[in-house]
Design a protein around this ligand. Sequence first.
Ligand code: ATP
Ligand code: BTN
Length: 272
Amino acid sequence: MDQETLERFLSDLPMGWVKYLETVGSTNNFASRWVKEGALDFSLVIANEQTAGKGRLGRKWVTLPDSALAFSLILKNPFPEQSVPNAFIPRITGLGALAVCTAIQKDYQLPVNIKWSNDLLIDGHKIGGILAEARWRGDELTAIILGIGINITSDSIPQGYSLNYPAGALEQYTGCSVDRLQLLVSVLREINHWRALLQENVFIDAWERNLAYKNEWVGVFQGNGHNDVPIYEGRILGLNPDGALRLGLWDGKEKSVYAGDIRIRPVDMLLK
Ligand code: ATP
Ligand code: BTN
């Protein structure tokens, strides 16, 4: 990949600024500086390697050279309607996750799904993740940085590092090699498509259809510790309009869970 090839592949998309980097700390941090410099809507920064890739809540996201997709897209005024309730903001994480799902489903016919809120799974293995970061001027939402990481070759799977979930890579499931640029274009097309529907019910419906462990029992954990006592256990029912996860509890009550410092695990995994 290089700058010129990247620009050629993206020529039929409504790109803002576009930058290819051999190596960077974190594409989200690079994009954050771009926002301050006045980057246009749909500006993209992509790197072959990240040395300080980030997950949620300061966790580490490993991007090894030549083996993964790691990029950040700047969405300015991301919602079609000007004034938007804050409750809609978590939909941006859904936008990234849904776009990756639908791109991989269309291009490779693979059963990829979303472990709420931000992880992409194939066959119970985490092949990617989303990190959406909002930027504000006062109480006005000015931009969202949508960071997406996808493990492509098996070399992308971190070694010698304790992972909090079994990891996988797309090529372990495709049986053929994956062109990173082609996949990038497919994901950006899907983002462009779903973005226009962000405030519609069809968006939540599509996000919900692609949830992993739907109707299955999961444990909900707080924090990053390896404590084995879930704060709730419940069956995944679906999503609320604000992107919260709806759980059906043992006593028949319903509980809405917000992303925050929360992790979910299928009950099967807890029993192992
Ligand atoms: P969990 O994944 O436990 O449900 P989470 O989704 O909040 O929690 P994230 O912050 O989304 O966790 O993801 C960061 C975690 O992903 C890291 O702590 C690490 O365990 C794992 N990880 C880091 N790099 C990779 C990678 N390239 N592939 C798969 N997993 C990775
Ligand atoms: C997660 O699972 O916690 C989210 C991982 C998000 C990783 C992507 S890679 C591109 C962008 N830059 C980062 O530093 N993080 C995101």
